[in-house]
Ligand binder design. Structure first.
Ligand code: FES
Length: 427
């Protein structure tokens, strides 16, 4: 029992470490094998003693016990021990009753979650309240202020809440949440007044989440370049083809576009049907993000051209596509519900990029890049065709540049500028 207890403690501590994923099978082998091996050792040792010890040695060194001692041992084993054991179990129940009484006397508060309210005694942590009332709540480290997965957003009055302890402040700072006073660790927050909270992470996040994602995605505003890529004519393509072939072709197209984005240093973010949203600038400065997006567009064109060459015999017409690129401040964060959460960007920047992509059909071009991205990326002011377009939802017309062939973009980028996939990390 002591060994199992120790192993549970070690597991909770080690599973958050980066090496745990590959080391866990070895830890498991040690945890399982050590007790039986130890028992085997003791067993063999005892057998050796029995085999080696002569009757004379035993007579000299092994002393028997008297009948009084025997009856005392029997009493301990069959009377005192069972009574003590049952008494201890009763004590546990009694202690629980006393605790409940004391908690009630201390006063009750209401903890409000998005979908329910619970009444709990003062002094309980928010995580303890969740566990007591079966509110789904992530807590990878078991409430030891190590993982930050239990974090909540306090949406009620925060003035009466206790300030974060040193440990809580440290963990919040480590995940980049210290700037927002509404974010607290549920396992450390012990409110003495009513409180309303929203758990930030889905309840089913595991140790993998903690190991792989150290930065919080609760929402941040930053400069992002959004690029929409959309396959043209997939409906026509679907005619006279098996569903399997359509899915295969769309996947090949999205694969070609995604690889182009990754090669340029961006991140394929979302797929909707035969289209894709890619983000640039999650960890680089705006100029690099713009250059990466331009380069990615050129790569997409090159990859799709190669794909068309590969499938020339299969396709009646080469696969066409449209690209829209725009950059600006956007909100990034995890959006969704429970285990259907995705990291993405939202805001006008993203909407405009989607509209520009749509506009490639009416303007009869393959790519439309906003003037903002062209200027920030440092391409010549007279490069590409410049026009003003009206964007739905915007009062003023917007200046954009268009091209029929996105591969020209790579030749417009100044090779002396910062390398495209450079790790120009900004804090
Ligand atoms: S449960 Fe891990 S920090 Fe709260």
């Amino acid at each position: 029992m002591a060994w199992i207890h120790g192993c549970i403690g070690l597991y909770f501590w080690l599973r958050l470490k980066p090496f745990f994923k590959w080391a866990s099978p070895y830890f498991l082998a040690v945890a399982v094998l050590l007790p039986p091996l130890a028992m085997l050792g003791a067993h063999h040792g005892a057998r050796d003693v029995i085999r080696i010890a002569s009757p004379q040695w035993r007579a000299e060194h092994v002393r028997g016990i008297s009948s009084e001692q025997r009856s005392l041992i029997d009493k301990i084993a069959f009377v005192y021990f069972p009574i003590g054991y049952i008494g201890l179990i009763g004590l546990v129940f009694a202690a629980r009753g006393v605790r409940t009484l004391r908690e009630r006397r201390g006063g009750m508060i209401t903890v409000t979650y998005p979908d329910r309210r619970v009444r709990v005694p003062k002094g309980l942590s928010v995580l303890e309240a969740s566990l007591r009332f079966n509110v789904p709540h992530a807590s990878v480290c078991g409430g030891r202020a190590r993982c930050s997965t239990c974090r909540v957003r306090v949406v009620s009055d925060r003035r009466a809440l206790p300030r974060p302890s040193g440990r809580e402040a440290f963990v919040l700072a480590r995940v980049g949440a210290s700037a927002d006073p509404a974010i607290r660790l549920a396992c450390q927050l012990r409110p003495h007044t009513d409180v309303a909270v929203i758990p930030i992470l889905p309840p089913n996040v595991g140790a993998d989440f903690v190991r792989n994602r150290h930065s919080i995605n609760i929402g941040e505003e930053r400069y992002i370049v959004s690029m929409f890529v959309d396959m043209r004519g997939s409906t026509t393509l679907a005619e006279a083809r098996l569903p399997f072939d359509i899915v295969f072709l769309i996947n090949r197209f999205l694969g070609a576009a995604s690889q182009a984005v990754i090669d340029a240093g961006g991140q394929p973010n979302q797929y909707v049907g035969d289209g894709m949203l890619a983000l640039f600038g999650l960890s680089v400065d705006p100029a690099t993000a713009c250059r990466q997006a331009m380069s990615a567009a050129a790569n997409v064109a090159a990859n799709v051209e190669y794909m068309n060459h590969q499938f020339a015999a299969e396709l009646r017409e080469p696969i066409q596509f449209g690209i829209g690129i725009h950059g600006g401040e956007a909100i990034i964060g995890d959006i969704g519900f429970r285990d259907h959460t995705v990291f993405t960007a939202i805001g006008d920047t993203v909407n405009v990029a989607a509209r520009l992509q749509d506009m490639t059909k009416t303007l009869n071009c393959t790519i439309i890049v906003s003037e903002e991205v062209c200027n920030t990326s440092g391409i010549a002011p007279d490069a590409l065709t410049r026009i003003n377009v009206s964007i739905r939802g915007r009062d003023a017309p917007m200046t954009v540049r268009t091209a029929a062939d996105p591969t020209v973009l790579s030749s417009l980028l100044d090779p002396r500028a910062a390398p495209l996939a450079a790790e120009s990390q900004i804090s």
